[in-house]
Design a protein around this ligand. Structure first.
Ligand code: AMP
Length: 205
């Protein structure tokens, strides 16, 4: 199974992607997580991406496509994969068509006014990259023991820019995938398990 999770920042793509990837035994490919790993390791790619990410801008298409192409060759993608945060532009979606077929695109819809409060409560682990929400996890440390921090790009001013970038560059993908007959929209403004059940219902169809 080859899936794409689409939606604005804060829609819950990452949270839902972890659950679905585990249930269907497919690889969870988050281009944002891959870029943050490059940043943590201080690689040239990580250094190049940092300024753009911290301002809420997108990383160039060719950089992302290079990363994705090599990622899907890995052993854990044999059974399929789930893209979380990719594609983010029409150019990426068109390039993806030449790389791999996709079975379904899940569009997770959440009202814009809910997104900022969701994102401002997000906390990340500085070591393993796990994500939490302050409203449901009060501890200052990750379950792995390392300290949690707030992503630079989860601060309010950057979030506002990320939402503008989403509207301009990523939202047109909804129409792109409607036209391909691949898009399924689920209501993301609900409890985590309710959204998970809605996504599973789409995947069982
Ligand atoms: P995310 O964790 O998916 O919210 O991604 C964090 C940031 O990484 C984004 O705001 C972009 O700057 C960058 N990024 C992640 N995925 C992509 C992508 N597919 N295309 C361009 N930039 C990306």
């Amino acid at each position: 199974m080859k899936l794409i999770f689409l939606g604005p920042p804060g829609a819950g793509k990452g949270t839902q992607a972890v659950k679905i990837a585990k249930r269907f035994q497919i690889a969870h490919i988050s281009t944002g997580d891959m870029l943050r790993a490059e940043m943590r390791e201080g690689t040239p790619l990580g250094k190049e991406a940092k300024g753009l990410i911290d301002r809420g801008e997108l990383v160039p298409d060719d950089v992302i496509l290079g990363m994705v192409k090599s990622r899907i060759q890995k052993e854990d993608c044999k059974n399929g994969f789930l893209f979380d945060g990719f594609p983010r532009t029409i150019a990426q979606a068109e390039a993806l068509e030449a790389i791999s077929a996709i079975d379904r695109v899940i569009n997770i819809e959440v009202p814009t006014e809910r997104l900022i409060s969701r994102i401002s409560g997000r906390r990340m682990c500085a070591s393993c990259g796990a994500g939490y929400h302050a409203s449901t996890y009060a501890d200052a440390n990750c379950k792995c023991g390392a300290a949690l921090y707030q992503r630079e790009d989860d601060k309010e001013e950057t979030v506002r820019n990320r939402l503008v970038v989403y509207e301009r560059q990523t939202k047109p993908l909804i129409d792109f995938y409607v036209k391909k007959g691949l898009l399924h929209t689920v209501n993301g403004n609900a409890e985590i398990d309710t959204v998970d059940a809605a996504i599973r219902a789409v995947l069982m169809k």
